[in-house]
Design a protein around this ligand. Structure first.
Ligand SMILES: NC(=O)c1ccc[n+]([C@@H]2O[C@H](COP(=O)([O-])OP(=O)(O)OC[C@H]3O[C@@H](n4cnc5c(N)ncnc54)[C@H](OP(=O)(O)O)[C@@H]3O)[C@@H](O)[C@H]2O)c1
Length: 274
């Protein structure tokens, strides 16, 4: 058994083995070691894989204990049981980071009911079920929730209608919970990533021309990294964000706000130069 104190801050990160989830876990572990505040990290995956177990082993060490948990988050009973397993393990919960998600493409007119439902269940309902199951423990710790939404939840995303709808719902769910649970001292926020290079999107960036075209669309001139998102999540999850609740923080290099950059004939960008 570990020598981490029972009072250690306990954080559940869903989708911990994915690109952004792994980044979040790494940043939280680094923060714990830098601050001297012990941390219990519950790393969730859809199943216990050797990669998830080796991530947990790699993160564990002085001041940090990490443990792997599995649940299919499209299954409400399994999602609720995950929170029970984590609170049973740690005896408390200070933060739920609801990051697991999947951007299945599909035009709305050709999407089956099952595909629509699966996308909504994972990207929206799972956060509600996890939050509901975690409410008592988070109320006790005066903890918080950070959900990883998407810029696709802020603007329509042609070809990703169910995903976009789910992430828009997720942003509103966080704002709603923030209002309803503020009285218990529970903060709830969302982060909306832009284009981030992770296993979810890697196939797109393998094509150099697509990469260059995408980079050109981002005002800050590059595709984001898991760490860009992890730093924002860690901030919202931490004490320095103690007076922030109900926000949807865009972490996107400026792309979601850049629509007017695309208008031809801008006075600062003559047509020949576009
Ligand atoms: N990458 C981007 O450009 C981008 C942009 C905007 C928003 N996002 C959002 O950021 C979050 C993380 O994305 P990512 O890019 O890091 O993707 P990723 O590398 O594919 O990771 C996704 C994670 O979700 C988990 N997951 C998938 N289906 C699940 C299920 N049914 N039950 C439980 N867990 C499940 C996976 O767990 P296993 O590996 O164990 O199966 C995986 O760890 C997602 O919510 C995504 O929508 C990403």
């Amino acid at each position: 058994m570990s020598d981490i104190a029972a009072s250690a801050r306990t954080v559940l990160v869903t989708g911990a083995g994915g690109g952004i989830g792994r980044g979040i876990c790494e940043v939280l572990a680094e923060e714990a070691r830098a601050s001297g505040r012990p941390l219990r990290l519950a790393l969730h995956g859809s199943r216990i894989s050797p990669a998830l177990e080796s991530l947990a082993a790699g993160l564990s060490g002085p001041l940090v204990e990490a443990w792997a948990f599995a649940a299919d988050l499209t299954d409400t009973d399994a999602a609720a049981a995950l929170v029970g397993a984590v609170t049973g393990w740690a005896g408390r919960l200070d933060c739920l980071i609801s990051n697991a998600g999947q951007s299945r493409p599909g035009k709305l007119d050709s999407l089956s009911d099952a595909e629509w439902q699966q996308t909504l269940d994972l990207n929206l309902r799972a956060t509600w079920v996890l939050a509901r199951a975690a409410r008592a423990a988070l109320g006790e710790s005066r903890g918080n929730i950070v959900a990883v939404a998407s810029m696709s939840g802020l603007s329509p995303h042609p070809g990703y209608g169910a995903y976009s709808t789910a992430k828009a719902g997720l942003v509103m769910l966080c704002r709603q919970l923030a209002q309803e649970w503020a009285g218990q001292g529970i903060r709830v926020n969302a982060v909306c990533p832009g284009m981030i290079r992770t296993p979810l999107t890697e196939s797109v960036y393998q094509d150099g021309e697509t990469l260059r075209q995408r980079e050109a669309l981002v005002p800050l001139g590059r595709i984001g990294t898991p760490r860009d998102i992890a730093n924002a999540v860690a901030f919202l999850a931490g004490e320095n964000a103690g007076y922030i609740t109900g926000v949807a923080l865009r972490v996107d290099g400026g792309i979601s706000d850049g629509m007017l950059n695309l208008i031809p004939g801008r006075p600062d960008k003559p047509a020949a130069a576009t």
